[in-house]
Design a protein around this ligand. Structure first.
Ligand code: F0G
Length: 328
């Protein structure tokens, strides 16, 4: 977890903002927390192959842990919608990759059916072992802070992570490790916001491909987490997501993929009454501790940054030219 002085300044009112950075897990996303448990359990049960639908990160993680366990891995992905770093990972770890003419929700329907066969174990977050593994993120946060935070912001896609965090915070409080529970605030992309609108989105669209999901599997448990924690679900636009991604990289040195920037865009929205946030920062008590989970590494999705990389024109190798190019 990384303290963010600049976000704390923006929220003000003596609040402290921390970034729970998940980009340094073995396959560079939060999925590894649940995947190591799900694959271990699958092996324990004698499974020979794991299968998942994915927007990219689940497939990268499943492929890695299956390779390590010596079992087969099949991943079913929406064609043309996976960030190149994630797709490359699935191939690198030796998974069988199947692209479908459809979106993530269509892929999950196929995987649910195939999972009924004895030879496949599903390792999507509909597998409770995935959720159990992901509760560790909440444990770590409480261990680091010495108590639960007041508010927790995170991206909301298939809704497994918000379900897992809420379960983790509750388990840790029951174990006497914390005294309170945070308000859980989930952020969806404006073009892929079924939970926010309370209806299935047939054709979800967003630059944040990881959360391009129209019918989340853990929808009900996400709603319970938001209701019981007195939290909220809000939306952020693609432009806000990209601006937040750039802001976090250039102001805190933390480079995350677009979906991961949703809660950062979200915190900006919460602090700006003009944007009519569902959870305005005025609702956050003075001196609160706020955690934002950023779920995956920025290098997973180089395409979205391509426009910001200026085409370099080589200059002669001398000091004057280099200084001129730097702008000194
Ligand atoms: N952030 C990233 C980087 C993700 O990859 C995902 C989900 C989420 C946020 C949303 O988390 O689904 O638990 O609400 N990615 C899944 C995948 C769907 O297939 O990799 P969630």
């Amino acid at each position: 977890m990384i303290f963010s002085p600049r976000l704390s300044e923006i929220v003000d009112h003596s609040c402290e903002v921390y970034i729970k950075y998940e980009g340094l897990n073995p396959t560079c996303s939060f999925k590894d927390r649940g995947m190591t448990v799900a694959v271990s359990k699958a092996v324990e049960q004698g499974t020979v192959a794991v299968i998942c639908a994915s927007t990219g990160n689940t497939s990268a993680s499943a492929a890695a842990y299956a390779a390590r366990a010596g079992i087969k891995c099949a991943v079913v992905l929406p064609a043309g919608k996976i960030a190149s770093g994630k797709l490359l990972q699935a191939f690198a770890y030796g998974a069988k990759v199947v692209a479908i003419d459809g979106n993530f929700d269509d892929a999950l329907v196929v995987v649910r059916t195939l999972g009924e066969r004895d030879d496949f174990a599903i390792v999507n977050s509909i597998n409770p072992d995935r959720i159990a593994g992901q509760t560790t993120a909440a444990f770590e946060i409480v261990d680091d802070l010495g108590d639960a935070p007041n508010v927790h912001l995170l991206p909301l896609g298939n809704a497994g992570n918000i379900t897992a965090y809420w379960a983790g915070y509750k388990l840790y409080r029951e174990a006497g490790k914390s005294t309170g529970l945070p308000a859980m605030i989930g952020f969806q992309a404006a073009g892929a916001a079924p939970v926010f609108h309370n209806r299935v989105v047939e054709k979800p669209e967003t630059i944040a491909s990881a959360i391009r999901i129209g019918n989340p599997a853990s929808w009900e448990t996400a709603k319970i987490a938001v209701r019981d924690s007195r939290g909220a679900v809000d939306i952020v636009t693609d432009d806000e997501i990209l601006a937040a991604q750039r802001w976090l990289a250039t102001n805190e040195g933390i480079f995350v993929e677009p979906a991961s920037a949703a809660p950062i865009a979200g915190i900006f929205k919460c602090c700006d009454p003009a944007r009519r946030p569902v959870y305005p920062s005025t609702q956050i008590p003075e001196g609160s501790r706020i955690v934002c989970t950023v779920t995956g590494h920025g290098l997973k999705d180089p395409e979205v940054m391509a426009d910001t990389v200026i085409k370099l024109k080589p200059v002669a190798p001398n000091e004057q030219n280099v200084l001129r190019e730097i702008g000194f």
